[in-house]
Design a protein around this ligand. Structure first.
Ligand SMILES: CC(C)(COP(=O)(O)OP(=O)(O)OC[C@H]1O[C@@H](n2cnc3c(N)ncnc32)[C@H](O)[C@@H]1OP(=O)(O)O)[C@@H](O)C(=O)NCCC(=O)NCCS
Length: 404
């Protein structure tokens, strides 16, 4: 029986990256795609990767992959370079032999050794990462609004530009203004812009090339349209992706433009922040339907360091008993005061898995709601409420506009 013991783990060498990307495509059930590979590899740092190689055939075949990007990210009242975990796959021929577990545990040790206090990822399936200490830290809305849905307070679109195949030069100064205000948004290098604006036939799904409606220096929204006709006439669909606005007024004008496009019947959106003002602008709220899903999964790699990277919404002074099998250096009792986090011998006020602190870290998941689901144990009455209030955030809801 083959086990993880005969699997070697080591970073990929530069000359193995094409093969590694092919292994990634295979595990995700897609064909290798040279354009996507170039984009992915431009972002890739081999030293931050791990390959799993099958030792039974001389280590020649790649049976697992994992990597992280360094993402300079906005946190509630702070910022940090977080490890953006990505490329996590195990070959379909090698499932359920512990290779994922081996990759995750080695990667957490590597992240810790390289000074990363926090790791984050997008999960292909939400059931995978809780066991490795990741908690659902941001949520997003996807859904549809009816064309022409009226706003409660009328908004005039005014001067906007419609740009086909927008460039990073046009959009990046706007993004750079908004990025520090939204937990979960991270600084974009030119390579990340190339990834964002990647626009080949296979990502269009039969819709147009990428468009942007732009209010110079102040906001943009990325979208496509698909022109269709039904028995009742025009039945087109607008699909909206990233919306980036420096003020509520600008954001309202962008949405108004998108909602009023000619010959369209609906506006579909994906991955909008849970505090999107669109929910509150539309007068008849039922002209919009949205589904909630988890987005960024957050893992505290170095618990005391991570907790001190962000600000807190209320005073807190609690002893936390933290369970953490994946990063044993985090396990045990900590006195946490919002500005200090130190080992403690005092009795615990709350016992929780490190996953729950990850879930609450960006201010998008409440400790109280996790406790209500049985995931946090309170020993001192009021302790959960105190922790929950402190870790909530009065600023914008966490959000991630890019799946990495
Ligand atoms: C998901 C994937 C990486 C799992 O790899 P694997 O090597 O089979 O997983 P392991 O054998 O190490 O399993 C480790 C643990 O995770 C659990 N697990 C693995 N895949 C799971 C899944 N899809 N859902 C829920 N739990 C899962 C296992 O049951 C095991 O639990 P245990 O240790 O308590 O027994 C693999 O199925 C895969 O590559 N899928 C396609 C690509 C993908 O989805 N990648 C994730 C990108 S975010």
């Amino acid at each position: 029986v083959q086990t993880a013991q005969v699997i070697d783990l080591r970073p990929f060498a530069r000359d193995e990256l094409v093969a590694a990307h092919n292994a990634l495509s295979l595990a995700f059930g897609s064909d290798p795609n040279a354009a996507e590979r170039d984009l992915d590899l431009a972002l890739f740092t081999p030293e931050q990767s791990l390959g799993a190689f099958d030792g039974t055939d001389g280590g020649a075949s790649i049976v697992g992959t994992a990597a992280w990007y360094d993402l300079p990210m906005t946190l509630p009242g702070g910022s940090a370079v977080v490890g953006g975990v990505t490329w996590v796959t195990v070959a379909p021929t090698h499932h359920r032999r512990g290779i994922l577990r081996a990759l995750m545990s080695r990667q957490l040790a590597d992240l810790h050794a390289t000074g990363h206090a926090v790791a984050m990822l997008w999960a292909s399936e939400p059931a995978i990462y809780g066991r490795f200490g990741y908690g659902p830290g941001s949520w997003h809305l996807s859904g549809e609004a009816r064309r022409g849905a009226a706003f409660a307070l009328p908004v005039t679109v005014g001067d906007v530009r419609l740009v086909v195949s927008p460039s990073a030069d046009l959009l990046s100064p706007i993004y750079a203004k908004v990025q520090p205000t939204r937990p979960g948004w991270y600084e974009r290098t030119p390579d990340w812009w190339a990834y964002r604006l990647h626009d080949t036939d296979d990502v269009r799904g039969g819709a147009t090339s990428l468009r942007a409606v732009v209010i110079d220096g102040e906001g943009y929204a990325l979208f496509r349209t698909k022109n269709e006709w039904g028995s009742g006439g025009a039945d087109g669909t607008v699909t909206v992706g990233e919306v980036c606005a420096t003020s509520p007024e600008v954001e309202a004008r962008l949405w108004r433009f998108l909602l009023d496009l000619d010959l369209m019947a609906r506006v579909r959106f994906w991955g909008q922040p849970v505090d999107s003002p669109l929910l509150h602008r539309i007068a008849d709220a039922r002209r919009l339907e949205a589904k909630l899903a988890e987005a960024l999964w957050v893992r505290l790699v170095d618990l005391p360091a991570a907790l001190l990277l962000r600000a807190y919404s209320a005073p807190v002074d609690l002893v936390l008993e933290v369970v953490d099998e994946g990063c044993p250096w985090n396990a045990g009792r900590w006195r946490f005061t919002g500005t200090a986090c130190e080992r403690s011998e005092d009795p615990a006020d709350v016992t929780l898995d490190v996953r729950e602190l990850g879930a609450a870290y960006l201010g998008g998941t409440s400790v109280a709601s996790r406790a209500a689901a049985g995931l946090v144990q309170e020993h001192t009455p009021g302790a959960v409420a105190q922790l929950s209030l402190a870790m909530s955030w009065h600023g914008r809801a966490p959000h991630s506009p890019i799946v990495f």
